[in-house]
Design a protein around this ligand. Structure first.
Ligand code: ATP
Length: 370
């Protein structure tokens, strides 16, 4: 590992205008990203958006068609994967079936010596301890559960003491419960080591749960790079709003803009937006969004947990279309003039209902002038 960085330390990993083409398709399209030292950074997005290719470019399994990949400020162009000090774990764990767990982990040490003063066996024991499998050294990989095998794969990847850990969908072959447990363990191991980690998943919930920052990718390019809370509450684009969690996205023309001084804040404004035959009030105050004028087209979203039955200032009459009981809540899909709205409730709902939200619970995604 490296020393902990000052604020102007170069990023642990930097992609600078990186493009990777296969024939006519750009799998990765002009991507610029910076991963900080010690950060847990996740690439998330739908199938085919370029996550794996981005990770392979970082690992050195692929070379960029253009642009630069840098580690700690230095280009790694031409540096083969085995010389990049990275540990990689893939979806299919790929343990050697004819070796014991201990031998599998020890295999990771064939490419690097254990730290000074530590024997190979001690290092293996230390790693198995780290992944919470202290007694598994003599077991056959076959006798382990999927989650345990992935932890062994992590121990093997970490054995040489890499600077960077790259994980590509390491949990996607596991069942939901195990995934939830393993993601906590992965995060704990990562924090304990303080190792810079780039993680690939198509599962947005997993991405939010595990990461310091998330890059939401689409068509080879990140649409937003931000901490989980920001990506969830303040999606930068309609795509992010719809991909990350349930969302209710609205769009319409601004009918009026009004300064609200109820809060005593002179910059607090709301816009009345004509959407689907209703007039919905949306907060547009704050530094970035004050430039809203009558006639602009405004796109905004309201998270399901902010849509209240019979509450809120902006109200919508809609019909219950379907409901899924999820245990903690029921996820109800409403039909609002042919559009879907999602709301979460504790009590069952049916028929025609009124849901609403307050202006400040809406997040403005974009404003397009006329
Ligand atoms: P998934 O979640 O399905 O693995 P992904 O987001 O990881 O998807 P990539 O595997 O990076 O996406 O693929 C991005 C695009 O590049 C896809 O359209 C894919 O078909 C294409 N692609 C990836 N690798 C190659 C290759 N070796 N040759 C040709 N096309 C490729």
């Amino acid at each position: 590992g490296r020393e902990s960085p000052g604020s102007d330390a170069p990023p642990a990993v930097e992609l600078d205008g990186v493009t990777k083409r296969y024939g006519d398709t750009a799998a990765v399209d002009d991507v610029s990203l910076r991963v900080r030292e010690g950060e847990f950074f996740t690439l998330v997005g739908p199938s085919g958006c370029g996550k794996t290719t981005t990770l392979r470019l970082i690992a050195g399994f692929e070379d960029p068609s253009s642009g630069a990949v840098r580690f700690g400020g230095e280009s790694v162009a031409g540096v083969p994967p085995e010389d990049r000090d990275v540990g990689v774990v893939f979806q299919n764990y790929a343990l050697f079936p004819h070796m014991t767990v201990g031998e599998n982990v020890g295999y990771g040490l064939n490419f690097a010596d254990p730290p000074e003063g530590v024997t190979r066996d001690e290092r293996v024991a230390e790693l198995l301890e780290l992944v919470d499998l202290p007694d598994a050294a003599d077991r056959e990989p076959e006798s382990l559960s999927g989650g345990q095998r992935q932890r062994v794969a992590m121990a093997r990847a970490l054995a040489p003491g890499p600077d960077l850990l790259l994980l590509d969908e390491p949990m996607s072959a596991l069942d939901a419960r195990l995934r939830e447990r393993l993601r906590v363990q992965v995060r704990t191991i990562q924090s304990e080591l303080g190792i810079t980690t780039v993680y690939v998943t198509h599962d947005q919930e997993e991405a939010l749960a595990i990461s310091d920052r998330v890059a939401v990718m689409r068509g080879g390019t990140p649409e937003q790079v931000a901490p989980p809370r920001t990506v969830y509450r303040e999606p930068a684009t309609r795509f992010v709003a719809e991909f990350v969690g349930d969302n209710n996205v609205f769009a319409g023309r601004v009918a009026d803009v009004e300064v609200r001084d109820a809060t005593g804040d002179e910059t607090a404004r709301t816009a009345a937006v004509d959407a689907g035959g209703e007039t919905l009030r949306v907060a547009v105050g704050g530094e970035d969004e004050t430039d809203v004028a009558v006639g602009d087209r405004l796109t905004f979203c309201v998270r399901p947990e902010y849509l209240r039955i019979d509450g809120g200032e902006s109200r919508i009459r809609a019909t219950v279309a379907s409901a899924e009981f999820l245990g903690e809540t029921t996820r109800v899909t409403l039909d609002w003039g042919g559009r879907d709205l999602v709301v979460r409730t504790r009590d069952p709902l049916s028929g025609e209902i009124v849901v609403g939200f307050d202006p400040e619970d809406a997040h403005v995604i974009s404003v397009d002038g006329t």
